[in-house]
Each structure stands twice: as C-alpha cells, then as structure tokens.
Design a protein around this ligand. Sequence first.
Ligand SMILES: *Cc1c(COP(=O)(O)O)cnc(C)c1O
Length: 375
Amino acid sequence: MKKIQMVDLQSQYQKIKDVVNTSIEEVLNSSAYINGPYVKEFQADLEKYLNVKHVIPCANGTDALQIAMMGLGLNPGDEVITVDFTFAATVEVIGLLQLTPVLVDVELDTFNINIEALKKAITPKTKAIVPVHLFGQCANMEAILEIAKEHNLYVIEDNAQAIGANYTFADGTIKKAGTIGHVGTTSFFPSKNLGCYGDGGAIFTNDDELAHTLRGIVNHGMYKRYYHDVVGVNSRLDSIQAAVLKAKLPNLDAYCESRRKAAEFYSNAFKNNENIITPVISDFTTHVFHQYTLRITNGKRDALHKHLLDNNIPNAIYYPVPLHAQKAYKDDRYNEEDFKVTNQLIDEVISLPMHTELDTEQQEFISQTVLDFLN
Ligand SMILES: *Cc1c(COP(=O)(O)O)cnc(C)c1O
C-alpha cells in the first residue's frame, strides 16, 4: 500500500508535472517574477471560473482577509462578527486592524455559523459579518445576506476552504462560494483545494469601486505610480505561483470530485456505527471536502487519534481550542454558555486523510482501522 498522507501533494504533482514545469520554466526565462503575464492570465481564468467581475490576487489568504477589511473602510472599534470555530487567521486580522472581534457559536451538524447566535450578536457597532465556509461547504448565505441587509452590514466570505463549492439560492440561482457576499477571500496555501507551491491568496468582488480600492491597497496604496493615496500593504501573488495556479485551475472541478468520492467512501463505511457522526451537508450547498471531519461521540476521540497515529494513519484535530479560549483572543465579554457547540466540537472532531490521490486500498485500511477501534 502507498504510504498514507494527510495531503498527498507529491502524487498530484507527478500527474501535472509537465505542464507545471513548462510554465515555471517560462517564468524563469522571462524573468518577470512579479506581475508577469501569468498573474493577469490566472486572474482572468479565475474570474471566468467563479463568474465574478474582479479577482484581486494577493500574497496569502490572511492578507486577503485583512485587505478586504481595509478596503471596506472598517475603523477601529467597529465590531466584526465571525465564528468561534475556525482557523485563527479569520479573527487575527480583525484584531490586527484594531476592529473588535465578536465570536459566535456554530451549528453542531455543519460546523458553520449559527444564524440565531449571529442575530443575537448584532449591536449598533456591528459593521461586518465574516462567515467561514468551513471544511468545504457554504454557510447559510441567504440567511446571512438577509440579516446583513436589514442591519446594513458588510458580508466578507472567508472562502479559504471552499473554493469550487456551489451555493444554490431558494429561487434556484447558483453562485460560487466566495462570490456571494460583498467580498470573498481565499488562500492558495499548498494544502488548500486549489493550492500553489508556496503562499498565495485572492480577493473576489463584483463591486467595481471596491475592486479599484483593493487593487491600490495590495500595492502600497498606489493608484498612480509613486502617488500613495491610502495606507496600503505589499501583498502580491508572484509569477511562479500564478503559473502553477493557472496550470492547476482547469483541474479544480476534477479535484473537488475526487475529494467528494473519497468522502462518500468514508461516509458509506461509517454509516452504521453509532459512535461516529459523518459530515452533514446542507441542501443549499455542495461540499468540496477541504477536510473530512467526523464527530466521535463516545468520548474516545483522543484515543482514536493516537491509535490511528500508531497505525501510521495521519489525522488531525481541526480545531483543538476554540478561539474565544485562545490567549490572544480571550475577552471578558464572552460567556462560556454562548459557545456550547464549539466547546463540544473541540472534544469530538477528528479529520481523516483527505486529498485528491487517495486510493481504495488506503481508504479501506483507514476506515477499517477506525471501525475496529470503535467497535
Ligand atoms: C488557510 C486559511 C486562512 C489563511 O490562509 P493563508 O493563505 O494560510 O494565510 C484563512 N482562513 C481559513 C478558514 C483558512 O483555512
């Protein structure tokens, strides 16, 4: 059996090596390392794929979130609501910009933002909501947009984990994850569903004016060379990463499909075990399985984690500590009662190997090892 990995980037690379190597070589020969033609080409390809007017490439997914918030003109003291159960980058940029993070609980079944908790958290100071499409499926965007409209709030989608997912509105309209709110952000970190071979990120919007503002912010606040109208940052997608991404983008839908198939295999294997809850997918979204995350309900999650490692099956706890309990983000405003679900999830969740190159032999071994241990 091929060695099991949490993410197998090497096997994936071997299949696209020729096109990727040729593209990278082109960049090397052109010596246009920054803002070369591949950056523009990838940007245009991604705009087309997402059916969005503007893609603004940048250096990583964390910058993308920060720049989006800067572009919306959020000011220190403005409250920004996001989830307690996500990767820290989401809340980190809120803190960095001296905005006030307001963390809310998630849903037990989908791990995404709890709409009632969101409603409860709104105050006159609230300026924006940052839903995270966690593990690869969309949050309830229609409900979020409605609340945002009612309270005049911006919606910034943290789409680092769900690029390629489709969201279906009640009227049948379908949009790509990340293009539904005022602005969306993503990460091209190597292990993400569309990963480059270094760091990369992007911001999406259909708003022409905001896109113009964001393009200046990513480039030192310059709208005309050496004229700095606003305080910006230096956040670029380099040409080599753009070349890799341009080569990989045509495979994104097939990659999502491989992940979905792998998830189906696991869920089928686990469906009759009463101690395992397999991923629940909301009916308004597809799931692109950035992670395949189980809930283990008999208190043996930690023991399972160790047992799998002992059997050379990598696995991970995403996430082991709720953000409201992290040293950097603790606050007296928070009440443990308001984070019941996140506090439960951190004890129950376990993510199994999930990537585009899993084979049946590996998946059989992984699921059998899980089942043997829990039975
Ligand atoms: C990966 C990730 C980010 C940050 O992306 P980087 O490119 O690593 O900066 C932000 N939010 C979520 C939910 C992520 O998973």
